[in-house]
Ligand binder design. Structure first.
Ligand code: MG
Length: 376
């Protein structure tokens, strides 16, 4: 209780520092006073997340995830960021260190020029999306703290409209799966990774202990569109909500055919990295899975949501295994998402931050300024 009280007290103090007696004018004075006198200073350090359970995908297993923790200092305020780098995406402690060492934020003395700074980060090198996201998140955290408001408010989103998050049940023996499902009783939607020979057995095992809705992520694992469609019809009868990345992302015609014929929505994940891919996903999938680590951060993710909305694509906000830093950052987007898959911090045993929580299965966005976290 004490740490919760301190957490809230700090929140009100921070907010109060910027919003004096609710006088909006004092916000800009507070910010303007700092301009041209302070410079932005980036620092970063590697960290390794310990997973509570072995994490098994269609083609690999692991027990840790490398992340990079970033901080942007501006006067006496610090913005926090994070890059999560599961090996299959090609980034690592080494690549992120190399990239971040090239980032010179000392040329900027106004963090409110978010667009200009993030555009600069983008021009430093191609790829490196997680490393870029770590700077973007820290910058958003800093700007939110300067304004004294959390990002869902700055964007004008309603924190009451957050979806339930799915909770991933890793592939395992039937007895272990049943235990995991019982432990996950708090969550209103489960997520299961399919794309192996044991797909039906996995679903039957879960259905033997619960009837909550299930999302399915195939991670491109199904090789034939007719087999995929048969599976989807079978899965619909089992109470599945949607199918994520059913087939190889390069098979555009097959994925489009599947979406047209599927009785369940299909979601593009591996096929959708950034803004340009949202347009490409139109007509191929029913929706897209937006992740900060794929698209380079909060600025790009928010633009992707607007574009997806305009194209009639359903939006899901997902994550990697991450601390509550990157999870809290992504949470600000969830009022605009039909589905959330933000269980990343729940799957690790060495989180470093308090922030957005999952309460009764629902995303409960932290009301602290910025991305809404404090160090544990
Ligand atoms: Mg996925």
């Amino acid at each position: 209780m004490d740490s919760r009280r301190n957490f809230l007290k700090k929140a009100s103090l921070l907010a109060g520092a910027a919003v004096v007696s609710g006088n909006a004018g004092s916000i800009s004075k507070f910010a303007v006073n700092r301009m041209n006198t302070e410079k932005l200073k980036l620092s970063f350090r590697p960290y390794t997340l310990e997973l509570k359970h072995v994490f098994t995908l269609a083609n690999s297993s692991r027990t840790t995830t490398p992340v990079m923790l970033t901080e942007i200092q501006y006067g006496d305020l610090v913005g926090y960021g994070e890059a999560s780098m599961p090996p299959y995406l090609g980034e690592s402690h080494e690549t992120a260190s190399t990239f971040l060492a090239k980032v010179d934020l000392s040329q900027f003395n106004d963090p409110f020029k978010l667009e200009e700074i993030i555009d600069y980060i983008d021009t430093i090198d191609a790829g490196n999306y997680a490393a870029k996201a770590s700077v973007d998140i820290a910058l958003h955290d800093l700007v939110g703290k300067l304004i004294g408001q959390p990002w869902y408010k700055i964007w004008g989103y309603d924190s009451e409209k957050t979806p339930f998050t799915s909770f991933t049940i890793g592939i395992d023996t039937p007895d272990v799966v049943k235990t995991k499902v019982k432990e996950a009783a708090e969550y209103k939607i489960l997520k299961v990774k399919l794309g192996r020979d044991t797909d039906k057995e996995m679903i039957e095992t879960i259905r033997s202990v619960t009837d909550v809705p299930i999302c399915v992520d195939v991670n491109q694992g199904w090789k034939d569109k007719h087999f995929a469609l048969d599976m989807i019809h079978w899965l619909k009868e089992k109470g599945i909500v949607f199918i994520e990345q059913p087939m190889d992302k390069t098979k555009l015609d097959d994925n489009a055919w599947l979406t047209q014929n599927s009785p369940l929505p299909t979601i593009g994940d591996e096929a959708v990295q950034g803004l340009k891919d949202v347009i490409k996903a139109h007509g191929i999938y029913s929706g897209i899975n937006i992740k900060l680590m794929k698209c380079g951060g909060m600025r790009n993710a928010n633009k992707m949501i607007a574009l997806a909305d305009s194209l009639g694509l359903k939006v899901m906000v997902g994550c990697m295994t991450e601390t509550s830093c990157a999870i809290s950052a992504a949470a600000h987007l969830t009022p605009k998402a039909l589905w959330a898959d933000l269980d990343g911090a729940l799957l690790i045993s060495n989180d470093l931050y308090n922030g957005t929580k999952i309460v009764d299965g629902k995303v409960s966005i932290s009301r602290l300024p910025g991305i809404g976290i404090e160090k544990i």
